[in-house]
Design a protein around this ligand. Structure first.
Ligand SMILES: Nc1ncnc2c1ncn2[C@@H]1O[C@H](COP(=O)(O)OP(=O)(O)OP(=O)(O)O)[C@@H](O)[C@H]1O
Ligand SMILES: [Mg+2]
Length: 429
C-alpha cells in the first residue's frame, strides 16, 4: 500500500491523547476524503488489533453498502488482501471477517435496539449528523469489547464523518460547544483534497451560493444564528433550576399527538423558569398526565395549566377535551388545578415577540431561564427558523421528518413554552 494521507486524514487517524476512548469526527466538504479516511482507519484497526470487533453503520443500509463497504473493498485490494485468503465477506451476515479473527459488521441504525447486545472495539459512523443523538449515546455504551493481551496501546474508538450541519445540531454541541478532551472534530475542506480532478472545486463554486459553498465545500459551520425565531438566546438564559414543590407549577401544553409537548415551569411576577419538559412520541394526553404524576407525585403548590387557546373552555374542540382530561386526572390525585388560557389565539408573531422579550429585553434584562433538562425546548431555540426571506416559520414537512427524525421535535416544544409567556406577558404588535 502506498498512500499519502491528506493533513486532515492524518490528524483523524492519529490519537493525540491518552484517554481510553477516542471520539473523532471528520467534518468535511463534498469529496474531502471522508469515506476514504474512515474505511482506512477501520481496516488498520482490524490489522493492528487481531480479534477486534467493529461496527460500521449509517442511518440507511444503502449508504453503508454503496459507499463505505465499497471503500473497504478498494482499500483491501490496494493492500493486496485476497478475498477467501486474507478476509471473507458474508453478505447474509453483512460481515467482513479477517484471517486474524477481526471482524466488522455493516449495519444501518434505523432500529438501534437491535444493536444493543454488541460489545465493540470500534464504531464507524457514516454521515454522523444524520443519526439521532440517542443512537450515538447508545453506541457509546457498546464500547466494551474485552481487550486482548496482545493489543498494545489500545484505545476504543468511535469515529465518523459528516458534512457540517446546516442547523446547529448535536454534533456541534458535542464536538464544539461542550467538548470533552477525548472528543475531536477535524475540519477538512474539499479544496485540500489534491486527489480530486482538476477544477472540481471551481465547478462547485459556480454551482452553489456563498453560504452553501462555505458549509459543503469549505466545511465551515453554518451561520447558526441567522433566521432564528428565538433571538439573542445565550448561555445566560441557561440555568440549573430546582423544582420547588411548594411553588405553583405551570404545565404549558401543546397537544400534538406525535410528539406531545409539555413544558413545566415556575414563574414569578416577571420571570419564568422552565425546569422540565414532557415530550412523548405517539401518545395521549392521559399518558402524558401519568408521566407527569410519576415524576411529580408529591406536589404541594397549585398546578396551573397553560397552553393553546383553541382549547378555550367555551369551545368544544379536541383541545377542550384535553384540558378536561388533565384537570380531572390531576384533581383526582388531590391536586389543586387551574386553567389559564387565552380566550383566543393571538397571531403567532405576537407570541414570538412575547417570548423574545423575555429572553432578553431592549435593556438587556433577562426574564426567561431554561434548565438543560429541557433538551427538546433548547433544540427548538437553537434550530427553529423562518423560511428564508419570509416571516413564516420553517416547519419541517412530513418528507423531511421521514429523512431526519429529530426534526419532528421542531416547533411543538417551542409552541408549548411560548403559550405560557404569551398568556402572562402578551405583546400586541
Ligand atoms: N489520501 C488519499 N489518497 C488517494 N486518494 C484519495 C485520498 N483521500 C481521498 N482520495 C480520493 O478522493 C476522492 C474523494 O474521497 P472520498 O470519496 O473519501 O470523499 P468523501 O468526502 O467521502 O466524498 P462525499 O462527500 O462524496 O461522500 C476519492 O476518489 C478518494 O479515493
Ligand atoms: Mg463519502
Amino acid at each position: 500500500m502506498d498512500y499519502t494521507l491528506l493533513k486532515s486524514q492524518r490528524e483523524f487517524l492519529e490519537i493525540p491523547h491518552k484517554y481510553t476512548l477516542d471520539v473523532a469526527v471528520y467534518q468535511g466538504g463534498y469529496g474531502s476524503g471522508k469515506t476514504f479516511a474512515g474505511s482506512l482507519l477501520g481496516i488498520l484497526l482490524c490489522i493492528k488489533f487481531p480479534g477486534i470487533r467493529g461496527l460500521v453503520g449509517a442511518q440507511t443500509y444503502t449508504l453503508v453498502r454503496d459507499t463505505t463497504l465499497q471503500s473497504y473493498f478498494e482499500h483491501l485490494d490496494n493492500i493486496g488482501f485476497k478475498e477467501g485468503a486474507d478476509y471473507c465477506w458474508s453478505s447474509s451476515l453483512q460481515k467482513l471477517s479477517f484471517k486474524n479473527g477481526s471482524e466488522v459488521l455493516f449495519r444501518h441504525f434505523d432500529e438501534p435496539n437491535k444493536l444493543k447486545s454488541l460489545n465493540l472495539g470500534f464504531v464507524e459512523i457514516e454521515e454522523m449528523s444524520d443519526i439521532p443523538y440517542e443512537t450515538f449515546k447508545m453506541l457509546l455504551g457498546r464500547m466494551r469489547q474485552r481487550k486482548k493481551k496482545s493489543w498494545k496501546n489500545f484505545t476504543y474508538r468511535i469515529f465518523g464523518h459528516t458534512n457540517p450541519e446546516m442547523q446547529r445540531g448535536w454534533v456541534y454541541k458535542v464536538f464544539v460547544e461542550n467538548k470533552s478532551p477525548n472528543y475531536r472534530l477535524i475540519t477538512a475542506p474539499t479544496t485540500q483534497n489534491i486527489y480530486l480532478p482538476e477544477g472540481f472545486c471551481e465547478e462547485l463554486k459556480k454551482l452553489y451560493d456563498e453560504q452553501y459553498y462555505k458549509v459543503f465545500v469549505l466545511a465551515q459551520n453554518g451561520d447558526y444564528n441567522s433566521g432564528l425565531v428565538v433571538k439573542d438566546f445565550s448561555s445566560e438564559n441557561i440555568k440549573q433550576i430546582t423544582y420547588q414543590p411548594e411553588m405553583d407549577l405551570h404545565i404549558s401544553c401543546d397537544f400534538n399527538v406525535d410528539p406531545m409537548s409539555w413544558v413545566l415551569a415556575h414563574k414569578t411576577e416577571e420571570k419564568v423558569f422552565y425546569f422540565d419538559e414532557i415530550v412523548m412520541e405517539n401518545t395521549t394526553t392521559s399518558k402524558a398526565c401519568e408521566e407527569f404524576l410519576h415524576r411529580y407525585p408529591n406536589h404541594k403548590g397549585g398546578i396551573i395549566i397553560n397552553g393553546d387557546a383553541s382549547g378555550d373552555n367555551r369551545s368544544c374542540t379536541s383541545e377542550y377535551t384535553n384540558y378536561v382530561i388533565i384537570k380531572k386526572k390531576l384533581l383526582s390525585y388531590g391536586y389543586d388545578v387551574q386553567i389559564h388560557i387565552r380566550p383566543y389565539n393571538p397571531p403567532i408573531k405576537s407570541r414570538i415577540a412575547a417570548f423574545n422579550a423575555r429572553v432578553r429585553n431592549a435593556e438587556g434584562g433577562i426574564c426567561l431561564y431554561i434548565d438543560n433538562k429541557c433538551e427538546k425546548l433548547l433544540y427548538n431555540i437553537y434550530n427553529l427558523r423562518y423560511k428564508e426571506g419570509t416571516s413564516r416559520i420553517d416547519i419541517p414537512t412530513y418528507q423531511q421528518i421521514k429523512q431526519s427524525k429529530e426534526l419532528k421535535f421542531l416547533s411543538h416544544p417551542f409552541d408549548a413554552a411560548s403559550y405560557l409567556v404569551d398568556f402572562y406577558w402578551p405583546i400586541t404588535l
